[in-house]
Write a protein that binds this ligand. Structure first.
Ligand code: FE2
Ligand code: FE2
Length: 185
């Protein structure tokens, strides 16, 4: 007969449900955000001088695809794999920072929903975009992203890495080895 598992502080339940965090992919996504923000700035300058042409359509297509797909996936991935352990940490200051990041994700989405129809139109060759709106929206969107990424890279990812490395099963298998290696980086 198999003895029942005794769960106690000294023998906690294994963290079977803890999702693995792909920190390298998250860092790469941040580099891609910065690159795409530069492409958005280039597009707005280009539209101002040239109107809608093939270059404008290409840039708009790239920017729309990135923020509609990759950036949204990145935010979801952080909410699924990085934030939960920090929200459960009991560290009030840390929890407050994570809640700010969650709020940022909402604001970034709102800012993007304002930009997206304009850029979608440009990608299809239409000229009804609002230059004033694009010019006003870019610095707000960019500043929020830069602040957001800075907080994640300087505080939130390092804190999440520390916690992942401290999990009882952190040494098991390739994902554990990777987590420990990233935690030392
Ligand atoms: Fe984020
Ligand atoms: Fe991020």
């Amino acid at each position: 007969m198999v003895s029942p598992t005794v769960v106690s502080a000294a023998n906690p339940m294994p963290h079977v449900g803890t999702p693995a965090v792909e920190f390298e992919a998250l860092d790469t996504a941040h580099r891609d955000v910065l690159k795409t923000l530069d492409q958005l700035a280039e597009l707005i300058e280009h539209l101002d001088g040239n109107g809608v042409d093939d270059r404008a359509k290409d840039l708009a297509t790239t920017v729309v695809r990135f923020f509609n797909e990759h950036a949204r996936q990145h935010h979801l991935e952080e909410e699924r794999t990085v934030f939960p352990s920090l929200l459960a940490s009991g560290d009030a200051e840390l929890v407050q920072h994570v809640q700010r990041l969650q709020q940022d994700h909402g604001w970034l989405e709102e800012d993007w929903l304002e930009l997206e129809p304009q850029l979608e139109a440009v990608s299809k060759g239409y000229s009804w975009y609002d230059m004033g709106l694009l010019r006003a929206a870019l610095p707000v969107f960019k500043a929020l992203y830069l602040d957001h990424i800075d907080l994640e890279e300087t505080l939130i990812y390092p804190e999440a890495k520390k916690r992942m490395a401290a999990l009882p099963d952190a040494g098991v298998g390739r994902s554990g080895a990777q987590t420990r290696r990233q935690a030392k980086a």
